[in-house]
Ligand binder design. Structure first.
Ligand SMILES: C[S@@+](CC[C@H](N)C(=O)[O-])C[C@H]1O[C@@H](n2cnc3c(N)ncnc32)[C@H](O)[C@@H]1O
Length: 281
């Protein structure tokens, strides 16, 4: 059914506003890098089609295999209260696996995303589902189209997430379910002993997201969007070992990015690579 509508040029553009002008700390050095790397995943997910696809696909492929991810996605599915005759929308659906999970439980499942590359793959993986190219902040559906509307790990990347949640509420039927599953990067932690360098690396990664505290903002966004009876729960997403951690959280790239300002970050990385165990979350 693609395209539902053409994207306006630069619909979700924007680069790390708000990073400049942060207070200086860390021995007088900046708290976070003032020169954010546009190749980081935290920036790349804003516009996947302009980003190296191997990185994006490696990240999504790693996440889908993680037990903790499968577990929270199963919880999300249960909370949607789908019946056989229901219809459901996944906003910013990526590779479409969650749309297929919706389709297994209800009559109509639709996924929209702003990446044509991901939608092509989604259609190949799940030919029985409907996919469309659309910006999450302007959903191309009439009011009250879907019984359930979900978004997952995407509001963190989108400018003005309140517009997206309002759109989700608009296209949901009265009494339907609107569900947002997002990280809160304020709770991000790298394993190992406490040190200034660890804190600096964590902070640099956190600050590279457009909406790093979106998790704690969700209840308020839902209320502002007219969604009543807001409930929430928290999930823990630990990684195991350096390879998995680095694919998801780009520790080595973050160290590269700050190494001029914090040269000791390189030896920190050597130690972190060798450390056992080295969870991150
Ligand atoms: C981290 S991925 C999550 C994908 C999927 N929801 C999942 O859980 O695997 C973020 C997704 O948001 C999409 N995205 C980012 N900005 C968007 C926007 N403004 N409108 C629609 N999709 C957007 C990206 O293309 C990408 O598919």
């Amino acid at each position: 059914m693609r395209p539902i509508r053409k994207l306006a040029k630069g619909a979700a553009a924007g680069d790390n506003e708000g990073i400049e002008g942060l207070p200086r700390r860390f021995d007088g050095r900046p708290l976070v890098s003032s020169d954010p790397n546009p190749d980081l995943l935290s920036v790349g997910f804003r516009d996947v089609d302009a980003t190296a696809s191997d990185k994006i696909l490696r990240c999504l492929g790693t996440l889908e295999k993680m037990e903790a991810v499968r577990s929270y996605k199963a919880r999300v599915l249960d909370h949607l209260e789908l019946e056989r005759k229901s219809s459901a929308l996944d906003v910013a659906c990526g590779l479409g696996d969650d749309v297929a999970a919706l389709k297994a439980r209800c009559a109509r499942a639709v996924g929209v995303d702003r990446s044509a590359m991901l939608l092509d793959l989604a259609e190949q993986r799940h030919p029985d589902c409907e996919f469309g190219l659309a910006d999450a902040s302007a959903l191309p559906f009439p009011d009250g189209t879907f019984d359930a509307v979900r978004v997952d790990r995407s509001l963190q990347h989108i400018d003005q997430p309140v517009r997206v949640v309002r759109e989700m509420a608009r296209v949901a039927v009265r009494g339907g379910v609107v569900l947002c599953a997002e990280p809160d990067w304020g709770t991000f932690l790298l394993g190992g002993p406490h040190s200034d360098v660890t804190e600096r690396i964590e902070r640099d990664w956190i600050r590279s997201f457009r909406n790093p505290w979106i998790g704690r903002e969700l209840a308020s966004l839902l209320e502002q969007s007219g969604v009543g009876d807001v409930q929430w729960e928290a999930h823990w997403l630990p990684t195991q070992g350096f390879a998995e951690t680095d694919i998801l959280f780009e520790v080595a790239a973050t160290v590269d990015r700050i190494a001029d300002e914090v040269p000791e970050a390189r030896s920190w990385l050597d130690g972190y690579r060798k450390g056992k165990p080295m969870p991150a979350s």
